[in-house]
Design a protein around this ligand. Structure first.
Ligand code: ADP
Length: 442
């Protein structure tokens, strides 16, 4: 940017200098021409004064007018006097424009290019009282011959101007850029006033993006730390128990018990890794996924069947309500995951003799899935956070019931992928209800 602005300033300067030089040369030359013509007129006026140009002694009177050629032309166009040429050899001048003009209007002038390129001849003709025309002429350099000697001076001036402008452009660019650089340094500072009004929308967008990047980087860091921490616990247990068995300290029944612990911890590890992989799959997928017509009721029934044993183990009654044929266009696997995770939570965070009702149905054009339980409920302050990765209200209960802390995060992702809405109602001691409202069929 700095280079570009600098270059543009320099180009502007060069163009301005060139234009100024050309313009001043033209003006200068014009003034010069007028000046020469005026001096010729003055000479002619002096010569044309009464009694100055009588036929005799004409040569001496003309001496002071150095470099000026004087010609006198008779009304018939013949030359009757010329200060620097033989009049007999001169042709008829009646057709010359300046002469014609002088005969007609009293005076005429013209500038003629000479054969030699460097020179121009200035002619001024004036009618005399005796009917003749007096013409004075002077040779002077043309535009180039006047300007050539000036060129070195002009080039030097241009060069100096250019130098000054380049230096100024450098500082000017610096002063334009400085606030932008400052802005970059104050990206985090919300109170910082953007120096250029035009930059405000740009700064706002950058700030939002910057915040997003910071947030997602923070989240990734947190996630990595959480994952490491979660994996460490079962691995430490596995390592500890297997060491005891290896060294022979645990034998017989103990060894069997420890092997059981190892089995449990590895199951937990597998579950964790499965959920982590699933989340990262949902994270990285580019938004396109396979969908088909699925019957929510049929999937809910499958889920109830799958979780029946777990429900019995927790002494919880699992019920299904709704009727078959609640069709939506969706990814079967993700809908199964949503149902499984919600129902499994309702069973695990329930009370003995509790109930879980999974219901599917339609509300207007929307298919709705509701999972409701009479469980322990979620305190209001935790309700906003339970969809975060690894967030658990009661860590030990989650772990002891086989939770990874990732179930609802997966649900949230899968719901978002289907453009569905998720709503939560919960009251500690009374229960929890989670509703997923699917979008209208397109
Ligand atoms: P977890 O594997 O720990 O169950 P989830 O992401 O599925 O992880 O849930 C996060 C937390 O939300 C749980 O640890 C639990 O404290 C709370 N929670 C989820 N569902 C319910 C529910 N139906 N009743 C009470 N608490 C729940």
């Amino acid at each position: 940017m700095r280079k570009k602005i600098n270059a543009q300033f320099t180009i502007m300067t060069v163009v301005a200098i060139i234009l100024t030089v050309i313009l001043s040369m033209v003006v200068y030359y014009d003034v010069l021409r007028k000046e020469i013509m005026n001096s010729l007129k003055a000479d002619a006026m002096v010569l044309n004064s009464p009694g100055v140009l009588d036929d005799g002694g004409i040569g001496e009177r003309l001496e002071p007018l150095e470099g000026v050629r004087v010609t006198m032309i008779n009304p018939d166009g013949t030359v009757c006097y010329d200060s620097s040429a033989d009049i007999d050899a001169m042709d008829n001048h009646g057709e010359r424009p300046e002469i014609q003009e002088a005969f007609e209007t009293g005076e005429g002038e013209i500038i003629r290019k000479s054969d030699t390129l460097q020179k121009n001849t200035y002619y001024y003709a004036v009618a005399m009282e005796n009917g003749r025309v007096l013409r004075v002429a002077k040779e002077a350099g043309n535009m180039w011959s006047f300007l050539l000697p000036l060129l070195p001076a002009l080039a030097a001036m241009g060069g100096m101007l250019l130098l000054v402008c380049v230096v100024l452009a450098h500082f000017l660019t610096k002063s334009i850029i400085a606030p932008v650089e400052q802005m970059a340094e104050h990206m985090d500072d919300e109170k910082y006033q953007v120096p250029y009004k035009e930059m405000e929308p740009f700064m706002d967008t950058i700030r939002v993006q910057h915040e997003d990047i910071m947030k997602s980087s923070r989240m990734r860091q947190e996630f990595t730390a959480n994952v490491s921490h979660e994996l460490k616990t079962p691995l430490t247990a596995i390592s500890g128990y297997s060491e005891l068995i290896e060294s022979g300290i645990a034998a017989g029944e103990d060894a069997t018990r420890f092997a059981g612990e190892i089995h449990k911890s590895s199951q937990r590890l597998l579950m964790l890794i499965n959920d982590i992989l699933r989340l990262s799959e949902l994270d990285t997928a580019d938004g396109t996924f396979v969908t088909e017509k699925v019957d929510l009721y049929e999937l809910a029934k499958k889920c109830v069947d799958m979780l029946q044993i777990s429900a019995e183990k927790h002494n919880v009654t699992l019920m299904l309500s709704g009727t078959a044929g609640c069709m939506i266009q969706a990814n079967r696997e993700m809908i199964e995951e949503i149902m499984y995770n919600l129902c499994s939570n309702s069973i695990r965070y329930n009370v003995p003799e509790g109930r879980v009702i999974i219901s599917v149905g339609r509300e207007g054009n929307h298919a709705v899935l509701t999972v409701e339980d009479t469980g322990i409920g979620i305190p209001p302050e935790d309700q906003k956070r339970i969809f975060e990765r690894f967030y658990r209200v009661d860590k030990s209960r989650s772990k002891s019931t086989g939770g990874t802390g990732l179930g609802l995060a997966i649900v949230k992702h899968a719901v978002a992928k289907h453009d569905a809405q998720i709503g939560l109602w919960s009251k500690p001691g009374e229960g929890t209800r989670i509703r997923v409202v699917f979008p209208e069929d397109k």
